[in-house]
Design a protein around this ligand. Structure first.
Ligand SMILES: Cc1cc2nc3c(=O)[nH]c(=O)nc-3n(C[C@H](O)[C@H](O)[C@H](O)COP(=O)(O)OP(=O)(O)OC[C@H]3O[C@@H](n4cnc5c(N)ncnc54)[C@H](O)[C@@H]3O)c2cc1C
Length: 428
């Protein structure tokens, strides 16, 4: 029986494991966490709109009934790609095929103090840490006996993570203010060294995102970067200092630390360059997929520029790598990855979604964009969850009703109505 090791149980790793297991390949799926996480909803966890348990699912549950997938929870300390050997504290394991799907990590670009003091938003643990911090700060601000000192959240980076988080927090602060619960000034300030929000989108979306965030009270500054982060300050590249203990780092990602142990010369962003068929050139039986990989976009005469680090790329590439391995096992030829580009989307807040549909980026905003966002996220979620309708109901309610002040603070946090089977609740 053919064997495969998959490094990483995120969207790409899970999709690959499912494909292989359906075709008689014995899979060992290794992740440091015993759950898979759904990153697109992390800001909902950070802003207390969802509990962390709702955006993670135990890998054992996701593969229940799949005898061909052995889920191993362990920190991978080294990968020897040439021999397809993966080392964990329990020792080395080798297989016929190795699929590296280890995701990304926050890139602090060497900014002093950022790794120590800023809040990245890449994992469920990051989201919980930020949520606890915000909750503590808001409890002080909501205390009538508090000192009423102004509170500023600085968000570094105007990409989708920065914009979505800024929108969610501004709504939260606005709702608390409206309720009369907030006894001090709370401000969201977003800085970006470029000159547009949601840079990969078109100009129309740049303007829409800026207008929506401004409407919600977010202060947006372009042409400025965060140059240092302290425990109680953020220093900006224009020389100003902001008093804050809350710098949210949405400034970029790079390949994960484990990629550097593989013996593969890393490409742009510390990621693994792969061929069009998702194999790592020069090695036998080694694939890299998802965020960890620079996957060339070779469709329709595209120049081979890497595809973006997106859930849909990860999901489709994971599945495709699985299909190619099965084809290899059968002695058939492998095929170049064909990415079905459904578009790019962001939710800036209630009633303020924006979508650019398909390869030609047809612009939609408001409720129609929300429907597109919903459809895409349901597809992404379906890779790990069977009860996608529970997500659809929750999201519909979130988008259309003002739940911004339903804070953990008031023990009223909303939930996706997953089945709540005990086995389905991750051990976070
Ligand atoms: C805040 C946020 C919002 C996003 N929103 C969207 C969106 O709206 N739409 C969209 O399409 N995409 C979105 N993305 C991007 C999308 O989530 C990623 O592209 C996708 O999750 C990548 O999947 P992956 O499987 O490659 O990596 P991941 O999902 O990151 O999985 C990698 C796995 O590898 C494991 N791992 C890494 N190193 C080790 C090690 N040494 N030992 C053991 N395990 C290890 C990790 O624990 C992790 O589980 C968002 C990302 C973020 C961070």
């Amino acid at each position: 029986m053919t064997t495969a090791i998959i490094v990483g149980g995120g969207m790409a790793g899970v999709a690959c494991a499912s494909e292989l297991a359906d075709h008689d390949v014995n899979v060992t799926l290794i992740d440091r966490n015993n759950y898979t996480q759904f990153q697109p909803l992390l800001y909902q966890v950070a802003s207390s709109q969802l509990p962390a348990e709702d955006v993670a699912r135990p890998l054992a549950t996701a593969f229940a009934g799949q005898d061909r997938v052995a889920v191993v929870t362990a920190e991978i300390t080294g990968i020897d790609a040439a021999t397809r050997t993966v080392t964990t504290p329990d020792g080395p394991v080798t297989a016929d095929y190795l699929v590296i799907a280890a995701g990304s990590q926050a890139n602090f670009f060497g900014v002093p103090g950022a790794a120590e003091h800023a809040f990245p938003l890449y994992t469920v643990q990051d989201a919980r840490r930020l949520r606890r911090h915000l909750r503590d700060r808001l409890r002080v601000l909501c205390d009538p006996a508090g000192d009423g000192a102004p509170y500023t959240v600085v968000i570094c980076g105007g990409g989708p993570t920065g914009v979505e988080t800024a929108g969610a927090l501004a709504e939260l602060f606005g709702a608390l203010k409206e309720q009369g619960t907030l006894h001090g000034e709370a401000t969201v300030r977003l800085v970006d060294h470029g000159h547009a929000l949601l840079k990969p989108f078109t100009d129309k979306t740049h303007e829409y995102a800026l207008a929506k965030l401004t409407e919600k009270g977010v202060q947006v500054t372009f042409g400025v970067a965060v140059s240092a982060v302290g425990a109680d300050t953020a220093t900006l590249s224009d020389g100003t200092t902001v008093a804050t203990d809350t710098v949210i780092w949405a400034g970029g990602i790079s390949g994960p630390a484990i990629a550097a142990t593989t013996g593969i010369a890393l490409g742009h962003g510390g990621r693994i360059d792969v061929a069009a068929d998702l194999t790592v050139p020069g090695l036998t039986g080694v694939y890299a997929v998802g965020d960890v990989a620079n996957i060339p976009d070779t469709e329709n005469g595209a120049d081979g520029h890497p595809l973006p680090q997106l859930g849909s790329v990860a999901l489709q590439a994971g599945k495709w790598a699985g299909k190619n391995i099965v084809a290899e096992v059968r002695g058939d030829g492998v095929t170049p990855f064909h990415y079905h580009d459904k578009g790019i989307m962001a939710m800036i807040g209630r009633n303020a979604a924006v979508s650019e549909i398909g390869k030609h980026r047809h612009h939609l905003e408001g409720p129609l964009a929300f429907v597109a966002w919903l459809g895409l996220h349901a597809v992404l979620l379906s890779g790990i969850h069977s009860q996608v309708d529970a997500f659809l109901n929750w999201a519909d309610d979130y988008f259309h009703h003002d739940r911004a002040a339903d804070l953990e603070l008031a023990d009223k946090v909303g939930r996706i109505a997953w089945a709540d089977d005990e086995a389905d609740v991750p051990n976070l």
